[in-house]
Write a new protein. Structure first.
Lengths: 360, 288, 243
């Protein structure tokens, strides 16, 4: 993976046109990282919280926020930084979750089982991203959304099918025996936080590297980037693979933290669209927007679930979710962080809508 | 032999329903350049409206027409209310249509409940015969003929009318159409509403075909329709017919021999076709 | 009496790039005015701004005195501006007949429509023979004729024609010159043309664009006599094209 990245970075540096208009586009890349001290304070607060207040309901919510935050950031790499739209990010998340769950079940909860499962999950995700990218990216972007949706659905159906009951326990789901090394609420909490921190660090490095500049160029105008000699499909495939691997890790962490896995990890609305909405609410192309969106949505979902008993209409969470989704996409396409950065004059979501598109 | 014929008829009826879905999807894409994820939502509303009207009126024609009318209305509302301002931003449109699918499916769940509702075929079409060991079901024949008729009408409209010429012109070059003084947006609205109507029509027909309607049938049908248009080539009505036939018959065969693999069949066929022909069976290469 | 088409200090961007920065233009009714300029001078963008495809950020665009600012392209077309783009100017998946009839408003009676088409076919005998063929199967020259003809059927008050001679054989360029010369008096034409020979045959007036600005306009002869001007703004190579 690192070698591949370096290769792409070299490619990006050698690619023509870097000093041209594309470089200017890259300069205007949204930078959603915020000041370094803010990130440090948040990180320390997250580490300290369970030590001060103990583990419980809130830390469980935080674990979810960390894993989904990492998932959302990986998704933002696709949507916000490269401008490709997937409706099937659950295919990686679910694969990671199931791989770890199966590995641990087959390995009787030993650490080797976890490692083998994780390795198999990552390998599987790489293969999966390669196949999906090969099938859809070389034709046209509209295919990508459809094919990712279809593949995600198929994997979900497979995970719940009776034919695979011996491995996946079909629709009943798997209990995940957590290895001793990771057992304990605090350890699992720290693991989720570590995953999030690593994801943020790695993705921050990536999007601010020369590769990130090329990705911005592809997002702004894929045809132009191609005509300038950038291997567009190769970059997109690479991004899809990176994003897939991170999502796989997030799924694995989720499975461990919940110590239970069922077909909902492949759910279109529950994972793929959920994470999409997190990124759009927080602000696509801002990296930390996904984390913000994850925090907001998961908190809201937990609240919904806790008060739903008293007010039956609140059970219609999915309806509210759908309406919120439309409203956000329609009226707040930049998201919270995006709008904030935009006001400061250097953020933007995708291309500006000007006369490039005809006014028919 | 009789099994083969049975499966063929079964497959053709599947294909007819799929074609109604896929042709609308492909027309909308051809003209508006939008992959319409809301299509499954129109389908599910057509199915529930049809089933509801059938139980109230006991009249097949009225219930199917009612379902289609609801579809046209919804399509019109979605295009005018949500899509219209977003032309030129494909990503945002894609996202919006997905939201519409969610909301439409959830509304159905809210109104009619999450459980399947049985949708019997009307008595006039409930009959069946066995000829040389091949069971012939009246409703099956009806669906096949209906699909064939819609295909013929669509071709007739596209080839022989002014609206058809406008649609074909819009598919090839919407800007030039505007330059010729045609309000292209109105053609967009018309096509979106017609496509939605076709999807709802498929929904209305599929209730009695599957025997029941469920809130999730929209998403399932949506996926199948995607597989078909990708397979046939986005934007081509002929391609969506071919794709519908391939997927419809494959689904019938696979679900006879290995029911649990039926979902996989379409996706696998699509993947195989895309490996050989990246633009689908009848799709045209284009700079996208 | 207002000019058929008038632009004043027009400014327009494509993306974040300023393409037009002070275009002025006066096309008298019934005349053929040729717009010349180097590649990238903003000629096509000028036409697209008139049509409403590119928003005009500043300045005025007037058709017989009425402002076109902010109108959508189809409204501008209906006000009587016919636009023949440089590329993709016919619908290849429609027949010649369908292409010709597309622009006729539905209010036109059938008989009236036939008459309008008949009249235009009189100008383009080639098209009459290809009447039932797909437009995509026509030769480059025929396609150019069809593009002009299918705009002409709706009897526009002003026609904008973008580099019709591009890629055509000299025979067709001459034919095109004749056709455009015949338009003189029937309608008003703003012709973008790099081919000086065609410009000289067809045009009465010229307007010269450079880097998004109008640098000069006047009677055609003025440009034809002034070789220094030609060399400075058009380059020598332009004269050789089409010969």
């Amino acid at each position: 993976m690192r070698r591949g990245m370096r290769q792409l970075a070299r490619m990006a540096q050698r690619s023509p046109g870097r000093a041209g208009p594309l470089a200017r586009v890259a300069d205007r890349m949204p930078s959603g990282q915020g000041p370094r001290w803010l990130r440090a304070v948040l990180f320390i607060a997250a580490v300290m919280y369970p030590l001060v207040f103990g583990t419980g309901g809130i830390t469980q919510l935080l674990e979810q926020i960390f894993t989904f935050g990492a998932l959302a950031m990986s998704y933002d790499l696709l949507l916000g930084y490269t401008g490709i739209l997937s409706f099937g990010h659950a295919m990686f998340f679910g694969t990671g979750a199931y791989a770890v769950a199966i590995g641990l079940n087959q390995g009787d909860g030993r650490l080797e089982g976890l490692l083998v499962g994780l390795a198999a999950g990552i390998a599987g995700s790489l293969v999966l991203s390669g196949i999906v990218a090969f099938l859809s990216l070389r034709v046209r972007e509209a295919y990508f959304a459809m094919i990712t949706l279809a593949v995600g659905q198929v994997l979900g159906v497979l995970a719940g099918s009776q034919a695979l009951r011996a491995v996946t326990n079909a629709g009943d789901g798997l209990t995940v025996p957590v290895p001793d090394l990771l057992s304990g609420n605090l350890t699992l909490y720290d693991m989720c936080l570590a995953l999030l921190a690593l994801t943020a660090w790695a993705l921050g490095r990536l999007v601010h590297s020369p590769v990130g500049d090329v990705l911005a160029a592809i997002r702004e105008n894929a045809a132009r980037a191609k005509s300038l000699g950038h291997p567009v499909v190769r970059f997109q495939t690479f991004v899809f693979a990176v994003s897939g691997v991170i999502a796989t890790l997030a799924g694995a962490a989720f499975a461990l933290a919940q110590s239970f896995v069922n077909t909902t990890v492949y759910d279109v609305a529950g994972v793929s669209l959920n994470v999409l909405l997190m990124v759009v609410i927080g602000g696509a192309g801002t990296l930390y927007g996904g984390l913000l969106g994850a925090a907001l949505l998961l908190t809201a979902q937990t609240w919904f679930a806790s008060v739903a008993g008293g007010a039956p209409w609140l059970r219609e969470y999915m309806l509210a979710f759908g309406i919120l989704y439309i409203v956000v996409v329609r009226f707040m396409p930049k998201g919270i962080l995006g709008a904030f950065l935009h006001r400061r004059g250097h953020g933007r979501w995708r291309k500006s809508s000007d006369c490039k598109t005809s006014q028919i | 032999m009789s099994v083969a014929l049975t499966l063929l008829l079964n497959g053709l009826a599947n294909s007819a329903l799929y074609f109604l879905m896929a042709s609308g999807l492909t027309l909308i894409f051809g003209l508006l350049r939008v992959v319409n994820f809301a299509h499954g939502g129109f389908f599910v509303w057509g199915a529930y409206t049809g089933t509801f009207l059938a139980s109230a009126l006991h009249n097949l024609a009225a219930s199917i027409a009612g379902g289609a009318a609801v579809g046209v209305l919804l399509g019109w509302l979605v295009e005018r209310g949500l899509m219209r301002r977003l032309y030129g931003d494909a990503t945002q449109q894609l996202l919006i249509t997905m939201g519409v699918l969610m909301v439409l499916s959830e509304l159905v769940r809210l109104i009619f409940g999450p459980n399947p509702i049985s949708a019997p075929a009307p008595t006039s079409l409930g009959r069946s015969w066995v000829v040389n060991g091949v069971p012939l079901v009246a409703y099956e024949g009806f669906v096949i003929l209906f699909g064939a008729a819609v295909f013929a009408i669509l071709q007739g409209v596209l080839r022989g009318t002014r609206l058809g010429a406008l649609i074909r012109a819009g598919v090839s070059n919407p800007e030039l159409l505007a330059a010729r003084g045609i309000p292209v947006r109105r053609v967009f609205t018309a096509v979106f509403a017609i496509g939605a109507g076709l999807a709802a029509l498929a929904g209305g027909l599929s209730g009695p075909w599957f025997g029941a309607v469920t809130p999730d049938m929209g998403m399932d049908m949506q996926l199948t329709a995607f597989v078909i248009v990708v397979l046939g080539g986005l934007g081509s009505v002929g391609g969506s017919l071919l794709g519908s036939l391939v997927v419809g018959i494959t689904t019938a065969i696979v679900s006879y021999f290995a029911p649990s693999l039926a979902v996989l069949a379409g996706v696998v066929v699509m993947a195989l076709v895309l490996v050989v022909r990246p633009h689908g069976l009848m799709g045209q290469r284009e700079v996208a | 009496m207002p000019e058929a088409l008038e632009m004043r200090d027009v400014v327009a961007n494509i993306g974040e790039y300023r393409i037009l920065d002070g275009v002025r233009l006066a096309v008298p009714e019934g005349s053929v005015t040729v717009m010349l300029g180097r590649n990238g001078a903003g000629k096509t963008t000028t036409l697209r701004t008139i049509m409403g495809f590119v928003p005009c950020l500043n300045g005025t665009v007037r058709l017989f005195g009425d402002s076109l600012a902010g109108l959508p392209p189809h409204r501008i077309a209906r006000l009587g501006v016919g636009y023949v783009p440089e590329d993709a100017n016919v619908f290849p998946n429609l027949t010649v007949a369908e292409n010709l009839r597309l622009a006729l408003p539905r209010a036109h009676g059938r008989a009236q429509a036939e008459e309008a088409v008949e009249q235009v076919l009189g100008l383009f005998p080639d098209l009459r023979q290809a009447y039932r063929r797909w437009a995509g199967h026509l030769s480059g020259g025929q396609r150019q004729m069809l593009a002009i003809a299918s705009v002409l059927v709706s009897q526009p008050r002003v026609m904008l024609i973008d580099e019709p001679s591009k890629g055509l054989s000299p025979r067709f360029v001459d034919l095109l010159g004749e056709v455009i010369a015949q338009l003189r008096g029937r309608t008003t034409v703003l012709l973008v043309e790099q081919n000086l020979r065609l410009a000289a045959v067809a045009g009465e007036r010229f307007t010269l664009l450079d880097e998004g600005r109008t640098v000069m306009e006047g009677p055609m002869e003025e440009l034809l006599e002034n070789t220094a001007l030609q060399q400075r703004y058009l380059g020598v190579r332009v004269r050789e094209r089409g010969n």
